[in-house]
Unconditional design. Structure first.
Length: 112
């Protein structure tokens, strides 16, 4: 089986610290944490991409794509890109008012 030559990525010290902080934080989304673990592992040139893929549940193609994306855009590669979609029809204040209305007790109705 032919293997790709090991390639490591170079994380800046501040990016490495940021990723480690995200991994320690209990509120980080799992997909962001998985991408962070992959980037930290890819710092080591002896990391086998196939083994890392089995550990993280990512494909080899996904790991290489994440590494290339990190090299081009930096730490924002951990997060999903904004997608297009239908714009919201109500504002944030209107949403809050609707949520408050839904959460309050109903007033007593008087039938005449």
């Amino acid at each position: 089986m032919r293997r790709r030559s090991p390639k490591s990525i170079c994380l800046s010290p501040s990016d490495g610290c940021e990723i480690e902080w995200l991994l320690r934080d209990g509120r980080t989304e799992q997909r962001v944490a998985r991408r962070g673990r992959v980037l930290l592992a890819m710092q080591n040139p002896e990391t086998l991409v196939a083994e890392l893929g089995r550990q993280t549940g990512m494909t080899r193609f996904g790991i290489w794509r994440l590494c290339r994306r990190y090299e081009s855009v930096g730490l924002s590669a951990l997060y999903d890109v904004a997608r297009s979609g239908r714009p919201r029809e109500i504002s944030a204040l209107e949403r809050v008012a609707i949520e408050q209305l839904a959460c309050c007790k109903p007033t007593a109705w008087v039938w005449k």
